[in-house]
Design a protein around this ligand. Structure first.
Ligand SMILES: C[S@@+](CC[C@H](N)C(=O)[O-])C[C@H]1O[C@@H](n2cnc3c(N)ncnc32)[C@H](O)[C@@H]1O
Length: 312
């Protein structure tokens, strides 16, 4: 009954996604509220100290793929909420979805590196990267939208990040800074299907024609991201959506036009097989190394991550 009503919210969406995952589990998890999670900001605090304090009021379970990430249970609405704690107000913890902690882990940054975060707002991943770099080197944290840049600056300040420069450009413009960055993160604008568990508005507004427009933009952004990367550098592409047009097809477009190589992502995370072909289009065999996460795999948002190395 509940499912019937939800189907009516957007029949076009369910028709398309029956081609992507037709399991009952997929629909069940898609409609289930999302588990809350936080990341301890190691620029400001020690993981064990913060966790021990929070454990007085919440149940915390470690996120298997991120040392500083924890699922949070035991909130009491209006009384005891994680985002209302002193730790959250002071930037000792950051509210971040567990699967979205994966791209900065995969980016594998080192101290002193030059890093480009091409679509950075609200800054969950920028602040995570800064913590891994221990505020050394430099992160160019970019976003195209003025209103989003303000949120990005405020989160960077709150988290005590001092190695980031915020820019407001169309990410496609970075292509002219050829061979400049040791690492590039493209956490691309997408159709946000993974976020349906957070808010049904993402289900209501989903349109197939947006997927096609986004896929075109994502292919242009990834080409610029790859150009801006140094030889031997790592580019991580991620989305919180599951349409192959916005994921495998974007990686395939880069592989067909450059000497990029896709690397396997070795993390303790359950995954769904990547698409090797979709809608009659066959993808490069190495897209199988990307990470495709459906909501039922780890009880998280849906997510897609690719690790790309620029060959000399
Ligand atoms: C998925 S969100 C990024 C989330 C962010 N990386 C984080 O972890 O907090 C995608 C972002 O891309 C930005 N965006 C959209 N089109 C863009 C473009 N052409 N160039 C750069 N950023 C763009 C949006 O404003 C949005 O903030």
């Amino acid at each position: 009954m509940v499912q019937d009503n939800v189907f009516k919210l957007n029949p076009e969406f369910f028709e398309r996604y029956s081609l992507i995952d037709s399991s009952d589990e997929f629909i069940d998890y898609m409609l289930k509220p999302l588990r809350k999670s936080i990341r301890v900001n190691t620029l400001k605090a020690d993981v064990d100290v913060v966790v021990n304090n929070l454990k007085r009021n919440f149940r915390l379970e470690r996120v298997p793929w991120c040392r500083e990430g924890f699922f949070v249970e035991g909130e009491i609405e209006g009384e005891m909420e994680i985002t209302k704690t002193m730790e959250h107000q002071l930037g000792l913890i950051f509210s971040q979805e567990a699967s979205s902690m994966i791209p900065p882990v995969v980016l594998d940054v080192r101290q002193g590196m030059m890093v480009l975060d091409m679509a950075a707002s609200p800054g969950g991943k920028t602040t995570q990267i800064a913590s891994y770099m221990e505020n050394t080197g430099c992160i160019i944290a970019n976003d195209v939208k003025f209103s989003r840049v303000n949120i990005l600056i405020s989160n960077i300040q709150k988290c005590g990040v001092t190695n980031a420069i915020v820019t407001m450009m169309d990410g496609r413009a970075f292509g002219r800074f050829e061979n400049t960055f040791d690492r590039v993160l493209l956490d691309a604008p997408c159709s946000n299907v993974g976020m349906i568990r957070k808010n049904f508005k993402y289900l209501k507004i989903w349109k197939q024609r947006d997927v096609i427009a986004l896929s075109r933009l994502q292919k242009q952004l990834i080409r610029s991201a790859y150009k801006a990367l140094k030889e031997g550098g790592v580019l991580v592409y991620s989305t919180c959506t599951l349409d192959p047009e916005e994921n495998e097809a974007v990686i395939d477009s880069l592989l067909k036009t450059t000497s990029a190589r896709v690397e396997k992502i070795d993390l303790p995370v359950k995954r769904t097989r990547c698409f090797r072909e979709f809608d009659g289009v066959e993808f490069d065999d190495s897209v199988k190394h990307c990470l495709r996460i459906h909501p039922q795999d780890n009880d998280t948002e849906g997510f897609f991550v690719a690790k790309i190395v620029k060959e000399g």
